[in-house]
Design a protein around this ligand. Structure first.
Ligand code: F6P
Length: 535
């Protein structure tokens, strides 16, 4: 344990047994003071065991870890991804007019804007019928990509469904042929546009699915290549694949895959919501960038979200965190955050190669409320492990005629964090059982099943409405959270070496399953499974 963690560990040891309700009892302003705001957005972290001293220590931790310095370095285009020698500049994709961001001495923003203008023109043409398929106006767009080339735009396309006024947009990611098969089934190849989205243009899942889609299209369309577009950093490879450079939208290696939805990887989203909707999304991201850059740590939503995360994972030792959007259209947010957070901060060594002295980032998981309530909330309320929960909820929905359902949704969200905070004591449970007529040992036994320990930490991110702007704010908020947590852990959040070994072994296993190689050197389990699964 290095010094920088010790004060927080000591503080935690002193307050660990305390009830969060006592913090509210002692401080009538707690709800106001333990919250950070981003315009109309509210991040409430008062239902945690963080007190003023804990917060001061967390902020100190951020300071001594160099968050401000690293933040400046990232925004200035320094090569902070130093295992790959790359700058980390997804913020450049949403930078304001007039800004200058240089990489290797060159301002990158003119190119960012030029590509966005080309994307917007193409998106408009697809939407207004200027660009057509062999059978006429494009009715369906199929985005083929995986990981960062899928999760962000797919999540956002679903999130912004009320803002779609264009062709239907579908996403294919899994190499499982079922995915591409089920997606293409029922589509008309003559009115379908395929967008192959891959930063590297080498990812086996994406290239395999692209080949399948091309074959499918070729059955009906004379020149399928004319209904293909590509999004990639590898112009040579998109050209080799036969895609007209007019429909290729490039970006630089300083955009990490899981941070790339703000640029060309967002093309399918832009087609779905239109260039104006996409601009609003960028504006939301930019708004959060400004707050991240300039708000004092205590008032800075991204910094405070990160510090609450550090408190729960590295200090309290809670291994997972649940992301629980009470917003059905954010149903893919947990999956998106799994990549963003776990691919970024799931690492065991610090930048200098030394082992981490604390746990790496947590396991992130979740499902939208209220569905999760009828599935896994049992464990969250009464299980033996504490799962910090992050609720997200909008003040207003998009269905004015169903406003009563929105109120029900909100009351459920608030009820869950209240229940997790308050719990139910054994005495309260006994009173409930007595009212039901139970007596003696049976009353006692039944009462114990109805106890809720409570004192379980939660945060709530409340926002006016899930508009493109708000979604941009939310995504940038989480990106910066990952950055701050990564800096405090001392890791490089922008590489992903942990995905390589499995890819290499899969490549080697393919000929084994095809019967072209044997299982020499494989462990017994793998050899036995090959024997079972080999066609
Ligand atoms: O395997 C992990 C990964 O490299 C992710 O980091 C990335 O988002 C995804 O694969 C897809 O990569 P690409 O966009 O190059 O196809």
């Amino acid at each position: 344990m290095t010094d920088k963690w010790q004060n927080l560990k000591d503080h935690h040891a002193k307050v660990a047994e305390r009830h969060i309700l006592d913090l509210f009892a002692a401080d009538p302003n707690r709800a106001h003071d333990f919250a950070a705001r981003a315009g109309a957005m509210l991040f409430d972290y008062s239902k945690t065991n963080i007190d003023a001293k804990g917060r001061d220590l967390l902020i100190k931790l951020a300071e001594v870890s160099g968050v401000a310095e690293k933040r400046a370095a990232m925004f200035a285009g320094e090569k902070i991804n130093d295992t790959e020698g790359r700058a980390v500049l997804h913020v450049a994709l949403r930078a304001p007019e007039g800004e200058v961001i240089t990489v290797d001495g060159k301002d990158v923003l003119p190119e960012v804007r030029a590509i966005r203008a080309r994307m917007a023109e193409f998106a408009r043409h697809v939407r207004d019928g200027h660009f057509t398929g062999q059978g006429g106006r494009i009715t369906d767009v199929v985005n083929i990509g995986i990981g960062g080339s899928d999760l962000g735009p797919a999540m956002a396309t679903l999130a912004l469904a009320p803002y779609h006024f264009g062709p239907r947009v579908h996403y294919v990611s899994n190499v499982d042929g079922a995915h591409v098969h089920d997606t293409l089934k029922g589509l008309n190849p003559e009115t379908t546009l395929v967008i192959v989205a891959s930063k590297t243009f080498t990812t086996i899942e994406t290239m395999t699915n692209a080949d399948t889609a091309k074959r499918w299209m070729a059955e009906k369309v004379k020149n399928p290549g004319a209904q293909f577009a590509a999004v990639s950093t590898a112009a040579d490879k998109t050209a080799a694949y036969g895609i007209d450079p007019a429909r290729v939208f490039g970006f630089e290696d300083w955009v990490g895959g899981r941070y790339s939805m703000w640029g060309p990887i967002g093309l399918s989203l832009m087609i779905a919501v239109g260039p104006e909707g996409f601009d609003d999304f960028l504006a939301g991201g930019r708004d959060m960038d400004e707050r991240f850059l300039w708000a004092p740590f205590e008032e800075n939503p991204a910094v405070m979200l990160a510090l609450v995360g550090i408190w729960h994972n590295q200090i309290c030792g809670y291994a997972t965190r649940a992301v629980l959007p009470y917003d059905q259209r954010l149903s893919r947010l947990p999956a998106y955050l799994q990549q963003l957070e776990m691919e970024s901060n799931g690492k065991a060594v610090a930048v200098d190669g030394s082992p981490l002295v604390v746990n790496s980032g947590p396991v992130v998981w979740g499902e939208p409320g209220t569905n999760g309530q009828h599935a896994f909330y049992q464990l969250i309320h009464q299980g033996t492990r504490v799962v910090p929960c992050e609720f997200l909820v909008a003040k207003e929905g998009h269905e004015p005629d169903l406003a009563h359902q929105h109120l029900l949704l909100v009351s459920n969200c608030l009820a869950q964090s209240e229940a997790l905070l308050r719990g139910r004591s054994l005495d309260e449970a006994r009173a409930i059982m007595a009212k039901k007529g139970a007596t003696g040992a049976e009353l006692e036994r039944q009462a114990r099943h109805r106890v809720f320990p409570g004192n379980r930490p939660t945060t709530t991110l409340a926002y006016p409405k899930l508009t493109p702007f708000t979604l941009g704010q939310i995504i940038a908020l989480y990106e910066h959270r990952v950055f701050v947590e990564g800096v405090i852990l001392g890791i490089n959040s922008y590489d992903q070496w942990g995905v390589e070994l499995g890819k290499e072994l899969a490549l080697a296993l393919q000929p084994v399953l095809e019967g072209k190689a044997d299982t020499t050197g494989k462990d017994g389990s793998t050899a036995a499974l090959v024997a079972y699964l080999k066609p």
